[in-house]
Design a protein around this ligand. Structure first.
Ligand code: ATP
Ligand code: LTN
Length: 337
């Protein structure tokens, strides 16, 4: 039977912390792993995006490798997926400039993530890179002619911008880019903070006490889950409005066990919050412990990790340079040779 051409996926994650958290995993990374079986997958550690927060160079270097190690530890297989570091493919910056010339100032200013982040630090302390961040993201995606982009709910607007820019380019200069779709799950797309269950679990939260990190010791995560904020009721039922904490724990529990919410509710019928939290803690810790060990093992051998990333960069460059050449041609830029 003829080999049907696989659809392509691309996604990226910032190396802004030493560890990814459960929200990153359940909202996005879990889908990265699943999609590599059926799709031609490109996944990158977006170190250039991380520069928007002005990281310390030693930390950035460490976190970039730690991110790659965690991606492999959760199941990204470099023989199935192209795993690479964004800055290893110069075409990302080159296409970003072109996309910046197609983006309206007001359009970029409407991105809610930019608005939220810049409102927190004030205009004078907000860098221009934060403003153009979603345009670099659009370039990441369009360069690979991606059909789908697995991300969490918070990235929906950035994917819309990517689609708009791709369509705008195509209608002005001729068909050049595939218009991608977001691949956003209905359940798990937003995991909330355990201590503040109406806000998303985030790497940049002020307190880490409600954030379950992949690289944290099992005892730490066990404790965080057992002290998760819940309401004063007793019943384990999914009700995001009145029981945000319990609903968040149910989302986590069902996403990891594969049970339906109904089945989980039945299992804990009449059992109370204490038993439920212990069960959630157990499944989370059992799930994360081997991932943490695998990532630690990979980090013991940075040369091996770097070799994987170099191979990924070569494959990524091969695809990206073709799209960039087509884009330059469509724009009327004169080829060097
Ligand atoms: P920050 O809050 O510092 O911006 P983050 O924790 O949101 O960081 P990102 O690197 O921005 O992490 O996100 C990586 C991926 O994880 C994205 O696809 C994002 O949509 C997803 N994601 C992040 N937080 C959550 C969450 N709480 N629930 C579900 N998905 C999430
Ligand atoms: N903005 C995204 C990270 C990101 C990304 C991408 C996601 C950068 N480039 C390309 C998907 C595709 C975030 O903050 N999570």
């Amino acid at each position: 039977m003829a080999d049907v051409k696989r659809k392509r996926v691309l996604s990226g994650i910032q190396p802004t912390h030493d560890s990814f958290h459960l929200g990153n995993y359940l909202g996005a990374l879990k889908q990265w792993v699943a999609l590599q079986e059926s799709h031609d997958a490109f996944y990158c550690v977006v170190d250039l995006h991380a520069l928007t927060v002005g990281p310390d160079p030693v930390e950035l270097r460490r976190r970039t490798l730690a991110s790659a190690a965690q991606l492999i530890a959760i199941g990204i297989d470099p023989t199935k997926s192209t795993l690479f570091i964004q800055s290893h493919v110069p075409a990302h910056n080159q296409l970003a400039w072109i996309m910046e010339c197609l983006t309206g100032f007001g359009e970029a200013g409407r991105m809610t993530q930019f608005k939220d982040k810049s409102a927190k630090s004030g205009a004078d302390r907000t860098v221009v890179g934060l403003f153009t961040y979603p345009i670099l993201q659009a370039a990441d995606i369009l360069l690979y002619q991606a059909d789908q982009v697995p991300v969490g709910e918070d990235q929906r607007q950035h994917i819309e911008l990517t689609r708009d820019l791709g369509q705008r380019f195509n209608s002005k200069y001729g068909q050049t880019f595939t218009i991608p779709e977001g691949y956003i799950l209905k359940s798990g797309a937003k995991i909330n903070d355990l201590q503040d269950p109406t806000s998303k679990m985030s790497k940049s939260s002020a307190s880490q006490s409600g954030v379950i990190e992949l690289m944290d010791a099992p005892e730490v995560n066990l404790k965080k889950i057992k002290s998760a904020m819940t309401d004063t009721g007793r019943e384990v039922i999914f009700d995001e409005k009145n029981k945000a904490g319990i609903s968040n724990l149910l989302t986590i529990y069902t996403a990891i066990t594969g049970l339906t919410v109904d089945a989980a509710q039945n299992d804990f019928d009449g059992k109370g919050y204490g038993d439920f939290k212990s069960a959630v803690a157990e499944v989370v810790v059992d799930f994360l412990t081997p991932i943490r060990s695998k990532a630690q093992e990979l980090l013991q051998d940075p040369a091996h990790l770097t070799a994987i990333l170099q191979e990924g960069a070569a494959k990524a460059n091969a695809v990206a340079s073709v799209t960039l050449a087509e884009t330059y041609e469509a724009l009327g830029l004169i080829p060097r040779a």
